[in-house]
Design a protein around this ligand. Structure first.
Ligand SMILES: [Cu+2]
Length: 121
């Protein structure tokens, strides 16, 4: 009797451990978004991608010089799409929703001062 009891409690423990692991796996929710970020060259690519950091919840990022599209995979529990766009704007780059300040834009090297879709003035 004692033996069967310990086996069933072992099963309960195993179920509990597996249950919590599953729960943990579910709470990590990554999201992938593709949107336009205005920029010119490889240096821009470094700056745009460099503004997005792993420690903030960025899993993957890739900006294309030819299409000006940024593909970003991130942990949506840690940050939102708007926060990502804000980080890019802080680095001096416009997206369609959130624009860089004029100061951030003018801090870019001349060759990187892409043609802005709309001026913030
Ligand atoms: Cu550039």
């Amino acid at each position: 009797m004692k033996k069967t009891l310990s086996i069933s409690s072992l099963i309960i423990i195993i179920c509990f451990v597996f249950g919590t692991t599953n729960l943990k796996a579910q709470t990590i929710s990554t999201k992938t978004e593709i949107f336009k970020v205005y920029g010119n060259c490889e240096m821009c690519q470094d700056r745009i991608e460099g503004a997005l950091k792993k420690k903030d919840g960025i899993v993957k990022k890739s900006w294309s010089e030819s299409t000006k599209m940024l593909t970003v995979t991130f942990d949506s529990d840690k940050l939102s799409l708007n926060q990502i766009k804000q980080k890019i704007a802080d680095a001096g780059y416009d997206s369609d929703d959130i624009q860089a300040t004029d100061d951030a834009y003018h801090n870019l090297p001349k060759c990187c001062q892409y043609k802005r879709a709309k001026t913030t003035k």
